[in-house]
Design a binder for this molecule. Sequence first.
Ligand SMILES: [Zn+2]
Ligand SMILES: [Zn+2]
Length: 147
Amino acid sequence: MELEPFVLGGLRYAPASSTIPVELQISQASGAMVFDMRLHAHLSGACMRCLAHAEVDRDVGAREFHDLDAPSGDELRSDYVVDNQLQLGTWTRDAIALELPDQIVCRDDCAGLCPVCGKDLNAEPHEHLERDPDPRWAALEGLRDNL
Ligand SMILES: [Zn+2]
Ligand SMILES: [Zn+2]
């Protein structure tokens, strides 16, 4: 199955190879077709906190029912069957998107980048407790010392 990279929060997450194996089983249950799909998604891209390399590994499984006789809009009519063709590409993509975490990070406790100076807080943990003194105040302080 061809899989295009996902773009999340302006960052790109690409599969290890552009085609991924998808297991598809088709069976029947009470007059409807049942599609069972399983795949393993492995995407890599940038950590959403620190921009270092991050990977997502997910086992994805999804099931769709499709009854050829059901009226359109019925829940037994799969949106992924168009003109009696299963849209496996669209379905695969949606199923993977549903499994992706809200935040893709290099590791769960990634400290991210410092919001003040932009340095990597994993490599250089630090805090900015006080704001740098305003240079105008420093000048006034100097003035006081001279009084
Ligand atoms: Zn990170
Ligand atoms: Zn900082």
